[in-house]
Design a protein around this ligand. Structure first.
Ligand SMILES: NC(=O)c1ccc[n+]([C@@H]2O[C@H](COP(=O)([O-])OP(=O)(O)OC[C@H]3O[C@@H](n4cnc5c(N)ncnc54)[C@H](O)[C@@H]3O)[C@@H](O)[C@H]2O)c1
Length: 310
């Protein structure tokens, strides 16, 4: 695990003028990300299903604009609906002819686990349970990732010093790697987010904010939405410091910052995926780990394909 100290000057120098698409920006962490991106000079197009706070946020931020350009835009978008997300991305692309960073943040929690005895009866079992958390948190995030990669790939490689085309940040949760009692479907959806990141070797962020009183009563460290937003910005900008002097980087961020997990605790950001991977021989066994590594090398060598048509 390595502590990452955000470099505020990297935020402002690297985000100014960039075009950022984000889901779930009306409230909570997403809203804080929109505010921080706006403060850094970025252009933000965000989707949400909650129109009232979203339009209020847009008018508040755009009224602050000193350069007369309205840099924050809202599109009504249910992230579980592909057509809605397509409109969100098309709006961003039509406005600015490029998209630099994509943040998949929208998610829901349903505090009614379909696996508990309390919600099970001979009558209830006749109907399919709601899997809305899978639809929004995982299916929606897969849509965001697919659309995001499509638009990022349109960018010429010359737009950044290191030649890469942009960033996708996926928001998971503690429930992405730990048990979360009574939230089986949510936990499955957030474990799925880690799977998407590992599948694509993208970068990922996990968050905690607004935890209940009991957390505070136990003296456990908690995070504000702004802390989590800060971690998202670390993920979105770390690779933009490749090639820069060390004082212009996020201290502690091992580059390239792909396929990482940022864990946020007590307002601080820690990268944890490198250590999880490094410890594999401990929990899988050295021999198993070595065999698996050779298998993975072969599978990723470009000589193999899961597509039966090849
Ligand atoms: N708050 C926490 O304690 C916590 C903990 C772990 C992970 N997270 C994750 O952080 C992210 C943000 O959480 P938050 O606490 O800000 O939540 P929040 O409920 O405050 O905000 C979520 C936003 O997403 C929007 N949204 C909900 N369903 C949507 C849909 N179908 N389409 C588009 N937008 C939709 C909501 O309107 C809202 O603006 C989520 O991915 C969440 O799982 C939060």
């Amino acid at each position: 695990m390595s502590l990452i100290t955000p470099n505020q000057s990297l935020f402002s120098s690297s985000l100014k003028g960039l075009v950022i698409v984000l889901t779930g920006g009306a409230q909570g962490v997403g809203r804080s990300v929109v505010e921080q991106l706006h403060a850094a000079g970025a252009k933000v197009i965000f989707g949400d299903v909650n129109d009232t706070p979203a339009t209020k946020l847009v008018s508040t931020l755009n009224s602050k604009a000193t350069d007369s350009e309205e840099r924050v835009h809202f599109v009504h978008c249910d992230t579980s609906n592909y057509a809605n997300q397509l409109v969100l991305f098309q709006r961003a692309y039509n406005l600015y002819k490029r998209i630099d960073i994509v943040i998949a943040n929208a998610a829901i929690v349903i505090h009614k686990d379909p696996f508990t005895v309390a919600h099970e009866s001979d009558e209830a079992i006749l109907s399919a349970p709601s899997l809305a958390e899978i639809d929004v948190n995982l299916k929606g995030l897969l849509y965001t990732t697919r659309l995001g990669l499509h638009y990022l790939r349109k960018n010429p490689t010359t737009t950044s010093p290191s030649g890469y085309k942009g960033d996708v940040v996926l928001v998971s949760s503690i429930a992405g790697f730990k048990e979360s009692g009574g939230h089986t479907t949510y936990t499955a959806s957030k474990h799925g987010v880690i799977g998407v990141m590992r599948g694509l070797a993208l970068e990922e962020t996990r968050m905690v904010t607004g935890i209940e009183q009991g957390w505070a009563d136990r003296g456990l460290p908690s995070n504000e939405a702004a802390d989590v937003a800060n971690a998202i910005l670390i993920c979105a900008t770390a690779n933009r410091s490749i090639g820069l002097e060390s004082e212009q980087k996020h201290e502690g961020a091992v580059l390239p910052f792909n396929g990482k997990i940022v864990y946020v605790a007590g307002g601080k950001s820690y990268e944890i995926e490198d250590r999880i991977q490094a410890l594999e021989p401990e929990w899988l066994g050295r021999e198993n780990s070595e065999i698996l590594e050779k298998g993975q090398e072969f599978l990723h060598s470009g000589m193999t394909s899961w597509e039966t048509s090849k």
